[in-house]
Design a binder for this molecule. Sequence first.
Ligand code: AMP
Length: 420
Amino acid sequence: MKSAHLTNTRFSDLGMEDLLFKSLDEAGFKYCTPIQEKSIPLLLEGQDVAGQAQTGTGKTLAFLIGIFNDLLTLDPIEGRRLNEPRSIILAPTRELAVQIHKEAEMLNKYTKFRLGLVFGGTGYQSQKDYLEKGVDVLIGTTGRIIDYFKQGAFGLDAIDSVVLDEADRMFDLGFIKDIRYLFRRMPKGDDRLNMLFSATLSHRVMELAYDHMNSPTQVSIEPEKVTVESITEQLFYPSNEEKIPLLLGLMTRDNPERSIVFTNTKRNAEKVWGYLSTNGFEAGILTGDIPQPKRLRLLDELANSKIDVLIATDVAARGLHIPAVSHVYNYDLPDDKEDYVHRIGRTGRAGAKGEALSFACEDNAFNLPPIEDFIGHSLTVMQVTEDLLTKDINPPKFIQRRPKSPRKSSHQRKKYTGNR
Ligand code: AMP
């Protein structure tokens, strides 16, 4: 079944190399996100792309497919030496670089390119050694990349494709001079496939694009609307002790076919999951420590009505394509006003009616004013009446954890080598 966040375009319709399609298909990626639908066909034709897209839109897979297809279909530049990567991906932070590398490994299942990961703060010698042995795709943060470049650990003369990810953050973090330095040392803009992604295609970002890219096509996807008219938004003021009885009471009253309960912490997510599971609900839990395949499985179970409620933290839900739901319960009001919009945007899709019910409790009622400011209206306040509070509540279930394996001593730990 196809999630609501995806388009009707299948990866198989795009004409990419079979080996890439095979790894996508096996990893469960079948339909494109909007940014993928728009940018991948351009990249496969060899056109540069300047994409306006935030994290969570699927941009990483879009540019990785562009790069890998290029690597598979073009011969390396003549005379390329082993330590000259064919492709380079520049990211503003170590976390982002690691995330890109992870997705690249998934896509690389059958292509077996050598992927290099380079970032500051750790592994200085091991990353350098790995790079010197030669990589096809170099992923990393600018500071460490320039450092190694200046030492001659690798060369830029064989670069066929470049990605600049989160370009606006690169400006904010002061990396632009470094980026221009690197661009000037690669083959000319016309001789490469260039990709730039940024949350906004502002003047300064586009200036960079015009200086170093080959007439890029601009691709934008609609930013998420600030609340949708078909969503009813209600607010309750429970005491901390009333939160569980109120949630159970409202969910029993509403009897939603498919819903999500958002919490601000993993601890609260586990608490809510524990109570819902023993009080008549088929519940799943989506927290940051749950591995990606299990997250995708849970989303499928929600989409196929195998579970009727998912309890999620924002961190865990970010970037996932959650199927449309009828009810969103904000057990905790989010600390970040934009998270409120993301959360309630899971309901009221495609004109369908949706309900968003939020709790402003003693601990997070102060999050309300910035949220109301941001969405430009007040939430409708509802009374916490006795009949809404469930009385006989079964004690919660607890998450079973496997005992941790004993720590390995340092000589037993594997050295990080960049590609695993
Ligand atoms: P990104 O915007 O690149 O950070 O991607 C956000 C998340 O969406 C990542 O966890 C991807 O694995 C996932 N994702 C990307 N493309 C798709 C797709 N076509 N279908 C399902 N999930 C996707």
